[in-house]
Design a protein around this ligand. Sequence first.
Ligand code: GDP
Ligand code: CA
Length: 338
Amino acid sequence: MARMSERAILPQRITVLSGGVGGARFLQGLQRLIQRTTATSQITVIANTGDDIWMHGLKVCPDLDTVMYTLGDGIDTDRGWGRKGETWHAKEELAAYGVQPDWFGLGDRDLATHLVRTQMLDAGYSLTDVTHALCRRWQPGVKLLPMTDDRVETHVVITDPDDGQDKAAHFQEYWIKHQAKVPAKAVVMIGADQAKPTQSVLEAISEADLILLPPSNPVVSVGAILAVPGIRDALLATKAPVAGISGIINGDHVRGMAKQLLEVISVECSAAGVAELYGARSRGGLLDAWLIDSSDSAAVNRISDAGIACQAVPLWMTDPDATADMCQAAIDLAHRNA
Ligand code: GDP
Ligand code: CA
C-alpha cells in the first residue's frame, strides 16, 4: 500500500554494501519498500567477493550469485543459496573420480554460471563486466557490482583438526568443510592490500543519496569490502548519510558464523559491539545511524554515546514486508540525523 509519507522520504540513489544470504534478504525488503511506496529509487549493490574461490578450474562468487539468484527469482529458498530445482550429478561424478575438494556444493545449474563467468574472465573481461552480463539474464533490479575486480580471498587461520597444525584456510573451507566449529585465530583478507575498488564502486559511494549497511556479517562480508583500500575513505567522504542494521540480535547472530568471527577479532558479539567496531562517522568511523533490535533497546544509550544515532525496532527479516518496515526505519533514522 503506497503511503505519501513514505514516498516523500525515499532517497533516489541507494547504495548497499552486501554479503550473501543476509544481504540478499535485506535487498528483497528494500525492493519491497520501493515497490509499495511507488518510489523511483535505484539500488546499487557493492558485493563482497572475499568469499570467491576457484573450484575445479572455475571461478565461483558465492555472494554475488546469492544476490543475483535471490533478486532474480532463481534461488533455492530453503537453502538460501544456489539454484532452485538444482541437481548434483557433476558433483557426484567428480567425487567418483576422487577429486578434491569434495565438500563444496557445486550444483549442475549453478555450474553453468561459473562456466560462463570463467570463460568471460579468460577472454579478458573484468569481474564487473562479467557480473553485468550474468545479470542480463537474471534482471535482479539492482546494479550489482563486485567490490573489486582484483583477487581478494578471505582466509581464516585455524587449527586443522586432522593434524593439529595451524594453517590459513580459505573462508569456504572454514565455513563449509569445518562448519565454523574449529578453533580460529585470525581472519586475513589475502590480496586486499593490493586490490583497488573499481571506478563504479567509488562512484556508487560518492554519488549516493544514502548508503545502507545491511545486517551482513561485519567481519567477512562488510569487513572484506572495507578491507579494499579506498572504500573506507570514500564512505567517510561521501555526502550521503550512512545507516546500518545490526545482524546481531540479543548477543547472537541470527544465522551464519558472525559470533565466532567477532570473537576472533576481539569484538563483543552484540549490537553495540558491532556499532563500535564500525564507529561514528563524526569520529572517523562509518556510521551516522544504527538500527538495533527491540530486544536490545537497553543498548541505545551506549551507542548514542559513541556518536551514532540509534533506534531499537524489530530486526527479524521474516518476510519482505517486515524487512521493508526495517528499511524504512533505517532511512527515517538516517534522515532525521543527516
Ligand atoms: P552470507 O554472506 O551468506 O553469510 O550473508 P551476509 O553476510 O550478507 O549476512 C549474514 C548475516 O546476516 C548473519 O551473520 C546474521 O547476523 C545476519 N542475519 C541473518 N538473518 C537475519 C535477520 O533476520 N535479521 C537480522 N537483523 N540479521 C540477520
Ligand atoms: Ca558470504
